[in-house]
Write a protein that binds this ligand. Structure first.
Ligand SMILES: NC(=O)c1ccc[n+]([C@@H]2O[C@H](COP(=O)([O-])OP(=O)(O)OC[C@H]3O[C@@H](n4cnc5c(N)ncnc54)[C@H](OP(=O)(O)O)[C@@H]3O)[C@@H](O)[C@H]2O)c1
Length: 282
């Protein structure tokens, strides 16, 4: 067993929870953070079943409480001496047609999905610089490479993360810090239910997009979603790779979307999407 230390954000469900288990099974000590420790039961059950409970330290962290982040990172270093892996995973999705979303709702999206990851990373870099090693793994999305109807602000937050991360990697490569983007397609987690927050105007019948929104909601419900354990295994493998790539696209749907975006003329590509979704019209 190694004594490597991993910190994960958003470990109460989905990829974060499953990654905590994977990394603990791989021998890491895992600081599994979540914004509400009252929601730790699923994690406790999973790590108990996997026999790795002693390797998990669940701690409270809301990634939008920016002032608390440096103290959180300091407390991890005080207790464990180092941080080998940071998995910036916490995220959610604001949903609704772009026309209907308030600026405030779009800002909220960025606070978690972009600034939360930035703030965690900025706090971890000095630690990793001293160590001259460390992996920072950003959980991005195919939405960071491809726009999606009714997810414009989610897609914008992940595109911002992609650009920031690509730049950061160039800056910290020489310090021994490995920065990686994991870009999943559609996987079965709570982000499709609890983690999807409709913009307020988008839910109103007065919205000119109301009927299309309902059709989109039904369509999204039918889209196949893969096993999130695949993503957790990938993150754990990347965390142990001494020389990881910048990008890891995962999921059949994500690979098809990106390939057709790159290969087809955009007009053909958008026609294909419209035919697939079939939500336009009265
Ligand atoms: N599932 C997919 O198809 C998919 C595809 C591409 C990318 N992703 C990305 O994967 C990441 C994880 O999502 P998931 O699919 O595993 O969904 P999930 O099951 O809903 O998990 C999201 C996690 O983020 C946490 N979270 C949300 N806001 C937070 C905040 N301000 N501070 C700390 N934690 C916060 C949630 O905590 P609570 O339990 O307290 O709400 C939850 O633990 C996200 O970044 C998401 O954008 C997901």
């Amino acid at each position: 067993m190694s004594d490597k230390i991993a910190v994960i954000t958003g470990s109460s469900s989905g990829f974060g929870l499953l990654t905590a288990v994977e990394l603990a099974q791989a021998g890491f000590r895992v600081v599994a953070s979540m914004r509400d420790l009252g929601r730790r039961a699923k994690l406790d059950e999973a790590v108990g079943a996997a026999g790795v409970a002693p390797r998990i330290d669940a701690r409270r962290l809301d990634v939008t409480e920016f002032d608390a982040i440096p103290g959180f990172v300091e407390s991890v270093v005080r207790d464990y001496g180092r941080i080998d892996v940071l998995v910036n995973n916490a995220g959610f999705a604001v949903a609704g047609f772009a026309e209907d979303l308030k600026l405030e709702e779009i800002r909220t999206q960025f606070e978690t999905n972009f600034f939360g990851q930035v703030a965690m990373t900025q706090a971890a870099i000095p630690v990793m610089r001293r160590q001259r090693s460390g992996h920072i793994i950003m959980v991005s999305s195919i939405a960071g490479l491809h726009g999606t109807m009714t997810l414009s602000s989610y897609s914008a937050s992940k595109h911002a993360l992609e650009g920031w991360t690509e730049s950061l990697r160039l800056e910290v490569n020489s310090l021994g810090i490995k920065v990686v983007l994991v870009e999943p397609g559609s996987f079965q987690t709570d982000i499709w239910t609890r983690g999807a927050v409709m913009g307020e105007k988008a839910t109103k019948e007065t919205s000119p997009n109301f009927q299309r929104s309902l059709r989109m909601r039904d369509r999204v419900g039918t889209i196949p979603k893969a096993d999130p354990a695949e993503v957790a295994r990938l993150i754990a493998a990347v965390a142990q790779d001494p020389n990881p790539r910048l990008r890891y696209l995962i999921g059949r749907d994500a690979k098809i979307q990106l390939a057709t975006k790159r290969i087809l003329p955009w007009k053909w590509h958008e026609r294909m999407i419209a035919n697939f979704l079939k939500i336009d019209g009265e």
